[in-house]
Design a binder for this molecule. Structure first.
Ligand code: HEM
Length: 174
């Protein structure tokens, strides 16, 4: 049976008994940068039984999906759909601030269901630890060679920046 992601997917990082200092960031909130820039821009599922997606309005065709068909699920497309995220190109962390509304957003940078990223919690902790160390010891300055505004490079499976993500690290004297 094909199981597409419902729109109310989000990753939960909440595990109160295992809170650490680094994970004291708002746990019930998504990693906001992964909304606009999900490193895995799409995932897919193979349909194992014929499935019909019913039309939502009269006149709209039903969608018949045969077994064996691969469905591509555009994670980044959902994350940038103005239906759910007004002004989707804007990096606006505050848009997630109302915790009770988070469940209403399609947010699944780590995929969903039984084959969801096995390392979703590990990846967030790892990134927080890396960022923590970086901003503790360095000032991060965009390189003069960085093309701005940034554009997505073509031909890369994961979203990559055209020309490279070039920045300099200035060691802070503590
Ligand atoms: C921010 C970092 C990461 C993101 C956004 C990410 C995202 C994803 C996504 C979207 C999938 C497909 C899930 C689906 O189809 O429902 C996936 C699968 C997977 N990821 Fe990640 N991932 C990240 C980091 C990692 C890391 C650090 C590891 C390993 C140390 C990892 C291991 C895996 C594995 C093994 C799968 C396949 C799971 C399965 O097929 O059952 N990921 N990841």
């Amino acid at each position: 049976m094909l199981r597409l992601c419902p729109s109310r997917i989000r990753t939960s990082n909440c595990h109160k008994s295992r809170r650490t200092i680094l994970s004291r960031l708002p746990l019930r909130q998504p990693a906001k940068i992964l909304r606009k820039w999900p490193p895995v821009s799409r995932t897919d599922r193979v349909c194992t039984k014929p499935y019909i997606i019913e039309n939502k309005s009269p006149g709209e065709p039903k969608l018949y999906i045969d077994s064996g068909i691969t469905i591509s699920i555009p994670i980044m497309g959902f994350h940038r759909d103005p239906l759910y995220y007004p002004d989707p190109e804007k990096f606006d962390p505050e848009r997630f601030d109302q915790a009770d509304k988070i469940m209403d957003y399609p947010y699944f940078p780590f995929g969903c269901g039984p084959r969801k990223c096995i390392a979703s919690r590990f990846a967030l902790i790892e990134l927080k630890a890396l960022l923590f160390k970086l901003v503790l010891h360095f000032e991060i300055v965009p390189s003069s060679k960085l093309q701005q505004p940034i554009q997505i490079a073509k031909g890369s499976f994961t979203p990559a920046i055209k020309g490279g993500f070039l920045f300099n690290l200035k060691k802070l004297s503590l």
